[in-house]
Design a protein around this ligand. Structure first.
Ligand code: PLP
Length: 364
């Protein structure tokens, strides 16, 4: 078998090796149906057990209160950019507030304005999305239907360490690239969503955790697939669910519970992994330059630049020879992006740290 690299891809991204091994082992046939997960009905008892366990695991890991629904949807993070305004705007609340801390927030806004007039509560573009607003810098609208934030901007590597203060407005959060990296106070959110392919599983499923009272806003005139209330009423089985992706999310959440030991432990591990890389950046005397300001830099996506494009190209080529892959930054920021999601092992981050130190010594 091909030797596995340490894969720093931003998404689809690294999965726990034990999960991949179990998927491989069970691929030909699951014990009950004696057929593959790819071959069984989404309404079979076996799949109902799988989706039920996935939901139970999410609820347990995040201590999701009973007044929230956990939905498993398709369409990725991007479809949520549209579903959120389509469901949450009402005749009384015709606009919402968007906090722009990077590229994904901007994409979310671009879809939202198709459903109503949106208000930009803060925009970090003039600092090239390197910082976060303070609570008093947020220009919130008292009548807003909700406030949208992106907890972790995957491209710029800018992450909220805590939820911003939005009073009684429903906080809506795109957590696509950091969902379950740490425990969350779910009761602070009206809705939080994440596509799976960064931190939770394969592409194909998006998890939406929504406060039940907000489901009353979903209008019957919406296309059936775009209606949160119907997905909630049908237990995410209104139509054929993305069965394989949900099965892998179940295994990844089993791994978080049984092998990692819960989200407190996961958070501690993630923080020590990120610290290891940022220390090299901070001690490099300007050879490596972090993109985000230190108080908001991401624990998931470590984004930094080198002194020249030639050095960046050499860094990427030599890293690949050392079995460290997919480190190129997004084209809009350049440089290096090391995505070190939950499933990136400590050994992978240690190998990258050692490579960064050696590369600087050889090229300074
Ligand atoms: C990747 C990503 C998305 C887009 O998700 P898709 O599943 O490709 O639609 C949205 N938001 C954030 C923060 C992301 O990192």
């Amino acid at each position: 078998m091909t030797q596995r690299a340490y894969n720093f891809s931003a998404g689809p991204a690294v999965l726990p090796e034990s999960v991949l091994a179990q998927v491989q082992q069970e691929m030909m046939a699951l014990p009950g149906p004696r057929a593959s997960i790819l071959e069984i009905s989404h309404r079979s008892p076996t799949f109902k057990e799988i989706i039920g366990a996935a939901e139970t695991n999410v609820r347990k890991l995040l201590e999701v209160p009973d007044n929230y629904e956990v939905l498993f949807l398709q369409g990725g993070g991007r479809l949520q950019f549209s579903m959120i305004p389509m469901n949450l705007l009402t005749n009384e609340k015709k606009s919402a507030d968007y906090v722009l801390t990077g590229s994904w927030g901007k994409h979310a806004l671009k879809e939202a304005v198709k459903a109503g007039d949106m208000n930009v509560a803060w925009d970090g573009s003039d600092q090239r999305y390197t910082s976060l607003p303070t609570n008093d810098q947020l220009a919130l609208t008292p009548a807003a239907a909700y406030v949208h934030i992106t907890s972790n901007e995957t491209i710029q590597g800018v992450q909220f360490p805590n939820e911003p203060e939005v009073g009684s407005l429903p906080l809506v959060c795109d957590a696509s690239s950091d969902f379950m990296y740490k425990p969350l106070p779910i009761e602070r959110y009206g809705l939080i969503y994440a596509c799976a392919q960064k931190n939770l599983g394969p592409a194909g499923v998006t998890i939406v955790v929504i406060r039940k009272d907000l489901l009353q806003r979903s209008s019957d005139t919406l296309p059936i697939y775009l209606n949160y209330r119907i997905h909630a009423e049908e237990g995410s089985l209104m139509n054929t669910a993305p069965t394989f992706a949900i099965y892998v999310v179940r295994l990844v959440t089993d791994w978080l519970l049984d092998e990692i030991g819960g989200l407190e432990k996961m958070a501690a591990l993630n923080r020590s992994k990120a610290k290891m890389l940022y220390e090299v950046v901070d001690q490099s005397e300007g050879f490596y330059t972090g993109h985000a300001q230190p108080d908001c830099r991401s624990v998931m996506n470590v984004v930094f630049t080198l002194p020249s494009d030639d050095l960046t190209a050499a860094f990427l080529a030599q890293a690949k020879e050392c079995n460290l892959t997919d480190l190129a930054g997004h084209r809009s920021v350049g440089g290096i992006r090391a995505s070190i999601y939950n499933a990136m092992p400590l050994a992978g981050v240690e190998a990258l740290r050692d490579f960064m130190v050696k590369f600087q010594r050889a090229n300074q």
